[in-house]
Design a protein around this ligand. Structure first.
Ligand SMILES: [Zn+2]
Length: 249
């Protein structure tokens, strides 16, 4: 587990040691505040949470904005029931999270307006532009400027392990840089999901120095920090590690 602390936000990058099973939550009563559940005890030790929100991730590019004015508040309690793959909030002490097991968790921070967002970016959502859709939501709802965004990539499957079919590149035909995000060797073709998202963000106008990759360890093979990650491709079909970001002043 990693915790990134800054002046007004904290990010929790979980691992297999506190993995989540979505099935534990789907039948909870609508008003359950899940942040008090045992599964989140480790997060609560490190982040002051009043509430915690996850969506029902569908590998799409839609998301949910939780703002201060109550419009989203009734949705706060509908954990794992609202379809979506990104969350944006300006509410203090409300953790917003995604669950992953090889897909890429991306955290966005507007350091001027104090807005945080988190996205679940598998290959399909990435190719469909979820990273850009998340930023556009921050821009449209909160006036976020590109130069003010810091972006943190969490643990995901990386090019060392992400073997794909030889014709997978067809999925990226809309992108000029498609050839640059594959590694071909004698063993086959490997997709660099991380490089894809970095290039997408840079092309959109995010400064490269504002994209932080230090938490982006390979979920499938990395054990360098003594921790193992959930990896769908390695065989963990149900467990998911969580990435949670929270405004905390
Ligand atoms: Zn790997």
């Amino acid at each position: 587990m990693f915790i990134h602390k800054d002046k007004f936000f904290k990010i929790y990058f979980g691992d297999a040691s506190d993995k989540i099973f979505k099935e534990d939550f789907v039948s909870l009563p609508a008003n359950t505040n899940i942040c008090n559940m045992q599964q989140f005890a480790n997060i609560k030790k490190n982040i002051k949470l009043d509430n915690l929100v996850f969506l029902n991730q569908v590998h799409g590019t839609d998301g949910l904005v939780l703002d201060s004015f109550g419009a989203g508040k009734e949705k706060v309690v509908e954990n794992f029931k609202v379809d979506g793959d990104f969350l944006v909030t300006n509410i203090e002490n409300v953790g917003i999270g995604v669950l992953t097991a090889d897909c890429l968790p991306i955290v966005f921070i507007d350091i001027i307006n104090n807005i945080v967002a988190v996205a679940h970016a598998g290959w399909r959502g990435s190719v469909d532009g979820i990273a850009i859709k998340t930023i556009e939501s921050m821009q449209n709802n909160f006036g976020t400027k590109l130069d003010d965004i810091k972006i943190f990539f969490g643990p995901s499957i990386k090019s060392c392990c992400y073997k794909v079919a030889d014709d997978f590149i067809k999925n990226l035909e809309a992108y000029k840089f498609a050839d640059m995000v594959f590694i071909k060797n004698n063993d086959g073709v490997y997709f660099d999901l991380v490089e894809f998202n970095v290039r997408l963000l840079k092309e959109f106008g995010v400064k490269e120095e504002n994209i932080y990759l230090e938490y982006n360890l390979c979920t499938m093979c990395d054990k360098s920090c003594g921790q193992e990650f959930c990896s769908y491709r390695r065989g963990d079909k149900d467990g998911r590690q969580m990435t949670v970001v929270c405004l905390e002043f």
